[in-house]
Design a protein around this ligand. Structure first.
Ligand SMILES: [Zn+2]
Length: 442
């Protein structure tokens, strides 16, 4: 009996496979014509005037000068998106977000022991929607504790939910008592419950294993901390907290699997340690000296400024002077005082900059506020836009897919009223977002 059921199932499967539609029967390609008033198809180069982007099946097919009727263009079935009164540019990229939350200070400490991972997953989805609505069609998530952003990444890729493309680092790695030690600030006897047992490493062997455990989860890159953090709930400073052999072991192991390494670092000693180990980006880099600048230029690593964090700090303190514990508040006040100094130092020297907010510390959906701060601290609007498109795409390893609107790339684009090269703040009011050829916000 069982055998005949098996046989029946097999026959059904074979019949289903044989009757599956062949490529010749697949539906006609979906063509969309986006008519742009002005178009910045390749940030860093001059904008074009009136243009039409021809999109086929979610990818840019070609970019033509002027506007024309769908039939005369040879695409009688095409949908037309009329953005003739707007300025169109590639979807923006934020190289540093944490989608699971944008709570901070003592409230975050509470959230970490109260919120179950499924609840965090819903928060991550809501924050992903806010991010996409703000015009950020690709993000790099640099650390969560429960793996929910990895699952969200896969759900977006599979088309199960709508969200920005996510490049995900899984759980960030630090040494015990370092920035990613989840037990900091809690009672000793809670360590067993809070420690993830996979992201803290002391010594090269343990650091190799920590990287491999993240690789095993399917991460896109590795995120580590070589120094203390502003939000680390102990007063252990913001200097180096990892040894050279530990950082070297992490980078070597990541390379075995073709993974890039992003580094949280505030103090110059931790920045140098990381750059000498050959990492791909320094996040925050709050204190930089001339040797750091030379190492950036020599290695070609990116600097990701995360200036928006200061907005998050100022807003929380304004709402509640006790939002942060005294040990953290001292670091927050320092970070507010010195913000922007590193960017001002690096821009004239030609160090590569990639846009990144650290949204999570600042509010999700307000990522574009970073542009204003980048311009305030020495970048031109064009440089800031390059950082959020071409450069971020390069840092994320996605230059073939996003960052510009050229044939073969994803049709991820946004529109604003006004010229962002004349007034960067127009990017705070994105009025149209398209991802993979489909409008998300109009
Ligand atoms: Zn961060």
């Amino acid at each position: 009996m069982r055998r005949s059921v098996c046989l029946l199932a097999l026959t059904t499967l074979v019949t289903a496979l044989l009757s599956a539609p062949s490529p010749a029967q697949s539906p006609a390609p979906r063509v969309v014509l986006v008519q742009a008033g002005q178009l910045l198809d390749r940030p860093g180069r001059p904008a074009r005037g009136a243009s039409t982007i021809v999109i086929r099946d979610g990818k840019v097919l070609e970019v033509r000068d002027g506007h024309f009727a769908a039939a005369s263009a040879g695409f009688p079935e095409a949908e037309v998106v009329d953005l003739r009164d707007r300025y169109v540019l590639p979807g923006l990229i934020d190289s540093h977000v944490h989608l699971t939350s944008d709570t901070g200070g003592v409230l975050l400490q509470l959230e970490e022991v109260q919120l179950e991972p499924p609840a965090k997953a819903y928060n991550a989805l809501v924050n992903a929607h806010k991010t996409l609505a703000a015009g950020f069609t690709t993000v790099r998530n640099l650390g969560d504790r429960d793996g929910v952003t990895l699952a969200l990444r896969d759900a977006v890729r599979a088309g199960k939910v709508v969200g920005p493309n996510i490049v995900d680092a899984g759980t960030s790695i630090s040494t015990t008592s370092g920035h990613m030690d989840a037990a900091l600030g809690f009672r000793d006897d809670l360590r067993e419950a809070l420690d993830r047992h996979d992201n803290l490493c002391d010594g090269p062997d343990a650091c190799r294993r920590a990287v491999r455990l993240q690789v095993a989860r399917g991460v896109d890159l590795i995120k580590i901390a070589t120094t203390g953090g502003v939000n680390s709930r102990i007063g252990a400073g913001l200097g180096q907290q990892m040894f050279e052999d530990e950082a070297a072991a992490i980078v070597e192991t990541a390379r075995l699997y073709g993974k890039k390494v992003a580094v949280h670092a505030h103090g110059a000693d931790g920045v140098k340690l990381a750059l000498k180990a050959g990492v791909d980006s320094i996040e925050h880099g709050t204190v930089l000296d001339d040797e750091c600048v030379a190492l950036f230029l020599k290695t070609g690593a990116y600097y990701v400024p995360t200036l928006s964090t200061v907005n998050g700090y100022l807003e929380r303190i304004a709402a509640d002077p006790n939002a942060y514990s005294p040990a953290v508040r001292a670091k927050v006040d320092w970070r507010i005082r010195v913000t922007g100094e590193s960017l001002q130092k690096l821009v004239p020297r030609g160090v590569k900059i990639a846009f990144g907010t650290d949204a999570g510390v600042s509010k999700h959906g307000r990522n574009a506020e970073e542009f204003e701060l980048m311009v305030k601290y020495g970048m031109t609007p064009s440089q800031a836009l390059v950082a959020a498109t071409v450069n971020a795409a390069d840092l994320l390893g996605l230059s073939a897919e996003v960052g510009t609107l050229e044939p073969g790339k994803r049709a991820d684009l946004i529109a604003v009223s006004g010229d962002p090269l004349a007034d960067i703040t127009v990017l705070k009011r994105v009025s149209f977002v398209m991802k993979d050829g489909r409008p998300f916000r109009d």
